[in-house]
Ligand binder design. Sequence first.
Ligand code: NAD
Length: 435
Amino acid sequence: MKISVIGTGYVGLVSGTCFAETGNQVICVDIDENKVNRLRNGEVPIYEPQLEVLFERNVRQERLKFTTSLEEAISQSDIIFLALPTPPGEDGSADLSYVLGVAKELGKIITDYKVIVDKSTVPVGTAAKVTEAISKYAKVDFDVVSNPEFLREGFAVEDFLKPDRVVIGTSSERAQKVMEELYKPFVRQGNPIFFMDEKSAELTKYAANSFLATKISFMNEIANICELLDADVDKVRIGIGSDSRIGKRFLFPGIGYGGSCFPKDVQALIKSSNKVGYDFKILNAVEEVNATQKTIIIPKIKNYFAGDLKDKKIALWGLSFKPDTDDIREAPAKYIIDQLLETGANVAAFDPEAMANIKEIYGDKISFGNNAYDVLENADALLIATEWSVFRNPDFNKISTLLKDNVIFDGRNLYDLDKMTSLGFRYYSIGRAEV
Ligand code: NAD
């Protein structure tokens, strides 16, 4: 099949590469010339496990191409995916200007039947708006399909190649057949493709992300109450997770969710609900809890240093919003850095993949290490903001030698309390005793 993917970011590049991997001819479009040039030169501009190998193979075998020209891509494609940004607008609702802007252009360009697929996360009713925008100019038949994407950054390739499910919203039999054919190679193990109406497909994505965000905020509140009641959130987590109605996953407390999806999608669903006169009370609370949780570790540090962080050097491990990505959008680490700088502390940070992105924002306001241990030298404390695997089993003797004071503030509960006590560390984590 011949496919265009418009928008070559985390979703577009992964989707395009994986569609090419199953034998399709794919051309990815982006307005960012620099990005397209890098892609054309064989450089993958984001960090995503497994992506480089697939990218290299499909580029080499000429199934995966890149352009800045929408016309060039559309003239060679039967299926057009929109993987464009849908950031929060001023009032928090999803900004559809990228999606509708491209839809308008498509209306002017298409000269024969196309299946136009919305892969961006968009509010209910967007498929109809995209159809309207294209119809204004198009003189040929086309179908607009809603196909929300559920991949997780850090597992994007794996998730795309073997999705738990594929959701396709369409009222067109013709488009349904095309989509079924396209996704067949991805569901060979029997994972379902759910066909539904466009609106339900659009809402499914928001419901999924909002539910997961709710689960995180709920566990963060349980952790906070554990601290006040002298209970241990790890024990509570195991206790409830073994109930199959609850499930073991997504029960880990921490310093809040971030990323480009949960914060904006929770906000957008609240706004969509408001627009139809519904007050989504739970989601308002989810947002509020998360905003507090992102900075919950700062008072613990301040308290430890008797309220004065001026000129203290804090070593910060982890900058990305979660492990295995270089994405720092809404990362809790950024909120922590801002607060630390406000108090007059110095921050020395290390992250396996996200330092370049953080440097673009903070420049030399913070310093960076070449490895996890560099930043510890003469630091007053270590703070952990992201649970990269490489931080799970560090050389504690080395940490102890390099740190001025043997104290660790862990926003991701990486270490056992008993072990930290026996190693002689003061150790502060989330929802567990201070040792
Ligand atoms: P992104 O910011 O990484 O990528 C978007 C790309 O679109 C950028 O490269 C940008 O330059 C390009 N672009 C902007 N305007 C354009 C135009 N007019 N023509 C061509 N290209 C244009 O965004 P993303 O993280 O890939 O997210 C895309 C959509 O997918 C969003 O709606 C998001 O909510 C959704 N989504 C994201 C994830 C995720 O984990 N990142 C997962 C599922 C769904």
